[in-house]
Design a protein around this ligand. Sequence first.
Ligand code: S3P
Length: 455
Amino acid sequence: MVMRIQPSATFSGTAVVPGDKSVTHRCLLFSAIAEGTSEIHGGGTGEDNRSTLSAIRSLGVEASEEGGVIRVVGRGLRGLVAPQEPIDCGNSGTTARLMVGMLAGAGIPSTLIGDESLSGRPMARVADPLKELGYEVETTGARRTMPLHVRATADTERDARPVRAVLKLASAQVKSCIMLSGLYRSAVTQIIEPAASRDHTERLLRAMGARVESSAHYLDPVGMASADELPHTTLHPGSTLRGGRFEVPGDISSAAFLLVAGLLVGQGVEVRNVGINPTRTGILDVFRRMGANVTLANRRVLSTGEPVADISVAPGVLSGTVIGGAEIPLLIDEIPVLAVLGAAGRGEFVVRDAEELRVKESDRVATTAAILRAMGVQVEERPDGLAFEGLGGAGWDGFEVDAFLDHRIGMAAAVAALGARSECRLTGASAIAVSYPDFAETMRRFGAAIDEDEA
Ligand code: S3P
């Protein structure tokens, strides 16, 4: 699909965004192995979450949808059935990496496959720790990618050994994978990360009745970044998960596009009911450092243990900043659109310590650099990030760029297009539906002129 975007003179309004993709995946997966029926309210509507929904169905789980509520009939920890076919995770890395931990723990023989983008992404990061714990999980090919194969192994000795996993990467997907396998063990599972990654798994497991303890890093990742001890999480054995009514916050990673558009060309943008979990709000700190005016109102905590608020931004003069270190996991998915904001600002904008960007839905160092170059920015690509001088008042001309099979690259480019002097074209725009199917519609409501055609 091609999106044609005209320069925008006005962009303002109030919106809600789709339910948080990460929290929705977890609600679906954990409800599937809980006791009793769960109701998931405000879940994400994108293709990635649909991949998890169809994955749990293929494991014998009954799930229905009505009026934006997903009802999942839990089968209990031991109630999943082996799938008839390979489980198709589509574009969703979280589906693949969390499912493999659950399937290994539950001893369900299975094969996981994905689309072209997911099939190129590294899976050794989950297969290796699982193998070390004694599960039989195989990746494919020299690059250790999908298909992923799980062979069923019952091993009571393995399951009775306490686990202390020290992760090389701050990754919520790897952490959650190991925790899910831990639900099936009879000893404690401890996970230590080099920096705090998003803690949605921990919060939801707690809300469902599991005993999970987390160090203070997950409540104050920035403040605790220089503490002597590393972020750690402990899952105690013997937990049965209870189904319930789970409310999903709006996805700050989707809100990011509206907020940046608001800062670039807007007259005031508000996104309501957005998740403000401290392991996700790095973007708001960066906005403030760049000189933006950010307001949070109506704070409350949902039944998933997730805090939410209404977020407003008002445009101001933007300057560059340096993003790196323990801040990276707190805004990893927002870096492409933050770079677009940096390109519009004055002064140097640097991203470092973000080599993980290279293995997202696309190589986001290269694809973000492609957007910036299309805008006329002279960008230096580095192994772990980017560095460039913002265009400041000089502005940029219309451009054409591709989404590179990556929803967030597509949306970051569309936001950049709003600020151009002439029409822009975005090819491969259908990727956007992975997380935000109503993106173009919402942007139009705010005043953007966007046409889509199937060509
Ligand atoms: C996610 C964790 C992050 C993030 C991804 C979703 C999750 O990945 O980039 O979009 O839901 O756990 P990593 O855990 O690999 O950093």
